[in-house]
Design a protein around this ligand. Structure first.
Ligand SMILES: [Zn+2]
Length: 497
């Protein structure tokens, strides 16, 4: 079932002790029924297609993303896969974005195999990602039988619908113009990791004390300062038909999610609310083919709660989703007024597999959790999540020693897009934007897999929820390794001048 890009890679190079496979895509996408004329070859046509397909969520499945997982009882707004497909006449790339909290690699690989069989998009040229809505059902129930991974019914449905979105987008390919830009919306992003004065807020499930606290009590006098930055930039790619009608817009913002969804309700959160609103603002009314898409940037430590504010008021369900999506969409629509559309830009992609070591508990941690099992231990005196982490540590201990992840870099003209299969911290995204060899760049997280949080080494030293073993599962310098690979891939496809 697994997609194996190594098998297709024309060359391999060794980088810093791990094997890195790099593929630069330069091959013609060829329809054997047509013959390209000399004129077509010398003047390639830029084309784009976009599609949106429903996933149809079954009721009764647990809604995941929080400590409790109530069963789905009601659909407020249905979950979708939204796809933007671009073709410069030589290279075809696709972005397929799915409303889910996080989708494991084996599901994306199953979708990739379908896409490979059913479209003219090279499988490695498809970026698939989850939006990270916290009000969808789980895609994480893969079983392994006799060493073979068996997808659940819902996982098979997701893979099918991701492929369907790409198939439909390809069928809608038409001559198009493209532009990109960005606008800052700092008011909606807040770093959720804080230094606090009150040590009782810093206990962790391992019997230790952290230096920072995730989601501290809002408006508390104990708050000192956030432990990391935010990235206020909303980046976007806007596509029009050749006669200037809006065709699709794919945006990227580093905001975890918004929330305010009642328990038991299915919703694609502000990702969908933005996607539906932006079409109207771009005057795409009446054009059922327009597709808006909002991807998640690097938001592992950034949410929508203004922790330091003393004037917070309670909100109705979905109210914040409406407010945030409206503000972000209006800012993007205004920024679209001053971008220059181009009739043709070059496309390229490169990808690599990176093997990371999994974290394992040391003997001291194992002894600590074993001691919690002993009779006489007062449950009131241990951390409220200690037993949850005892189970997570057990699973890590019994699990594989390493994981191999897929990383991608794309070039759309002078714009770079990178993908990481983790919940990435804002400082990693800002670092990638700063060091990318392309003039503009952004990162889509939770792409091509879902391996938990990705704190930087500096944030690991501070501790806190996202760094806890079991929440974070890979080697402590993984963010540095991933950054190195993505910059190397971007260099491969960047313009030479
Ligand atoms: Zn989350």
């Amino acid at each position: 079932m697994r997609f194996d890009p190594m098998a297709q890679s024309p060359r391999r190079i060794a980088v810093k002790g791990f094997m890195l496979a790099i593929v630069c895509c330069c091959s013609w996408q060829w329809d054997g029924h047509e013959t390209a004329t000399a004129a077509e070859q010398s003047e390639p046509v830029f084309r784009a297609g976009a599609a949106k397909v429903e996933v149809k969520t079954p009721m009764g499945m647990p809604i995941v993303g929080n400590w409790n997982s109530p069963p789905a009882t009601h659909v407020h707004d249905e979950l979708h896969v939204r796809c933007l497909l671009l073709d410069d006449g030589q290279t075809r790339i696709a972005f397929a974005i799915c409303d889910n909290v996080g989708i494991p690699r084996e599901v994306f690989d199953a979708a990739r195999n379908l896409i490979d069989a059913e479209t003219d998009v090279d499988a490695e040229n498809v970026l698939m990602a989850a939006t990270h809505t916290h009000s969808g059902v789980s895609a994480r129930d893969t079983r392994t039988v006799d060493g073979e991974q068996i997808l659940s019914t819902y996982q098979q449905l997701l893979a099918r619908r991701i492929a369907d979105a790409v198939v439909n987008a390809e069928q809608r390919l038409q001559p198009a113009k493209i532009a990109w830009g960005s606008v800052d919306v700092p008011s909606e992003v807040h770093n959720r990791r804080w230094y606090v004065k009150d040590e009782s807020l810093l206990d962790n499930p391992f019997g230790g004390v952290d230096k920072v606290r995730m989601n501290p009590p809002s408006s508390s006098d104990a708050l000192i300062k956030p432990a990391g930055p935010t990235d206020p930039e909303v980046s976007f790619i806007s596509v029009q038909t050749s006669d200037g009608a809006p065709l699709a817009l794919l945006a990227n913002y580093s905001l975890h999610y918004v929330g305010g969804v009642p328990a038991g309700e299915i919703s694609a959160d502000y990702f969908a609310a933005f996607s539906e609103r932006i079409g109207g603002l771009l005057a795409a009314q009446g054009d059922a083919d327009f597709v808006g898409i909002l991807t998640n940037g690097t938001s592992g430590d950034v949410n929508n709660i203004p922790f330091g504010s003393k004037n917070r008021t309670s909100k109705e369900p979905y109210q914040r989703i409406e407010e945030v999506s409206k503000l972000v969409a209006e800012k993007v629509a205004a920024a679209c007024q001053s971008i220059q559309y181009q009739d043709w830009v070059p496309l390229a992609s490169a990808h690599a597999e990176l093997t990371l070591e999994m974290r394992k508990p040391d003997p001291e941690m194992q002894r600590y959790f074993a001691s919690l099992q002993g009779a006489g231990r007062d449950p009131d005196n241990i951390h409220r999540h200690a037993m949850t982490y005892a189970k997570r540590i057990e699973r890590l201990q019994a699990g594989p020693d390493e994981s191999t992840i897929l990383l991608q870099a794309f070039r759309i003209g002078d714009l770079g897009v990178m993908s990481i299969p983790f919940e990435v911290f804002a400082e990693t995204g800002l670092d990638l934007k700063k060091r990318s060899p392309l003039p503009d760049a952004f990162t889509i997280e939770l792409a091509n897999g879902s391996y938990g949080y990705l704190p930087t080494p500096r944030q690991h030293e501070l501790g806190g929820y996202e760094t806890w073993m079991g929440t974070n599962r890979v080697q402590l310098d993984a963010s540095d390794r991933i950054t190195d690979v993505l910059l190397s891939l971007s260099q491969q496809i960047a313009p030479n001048d």
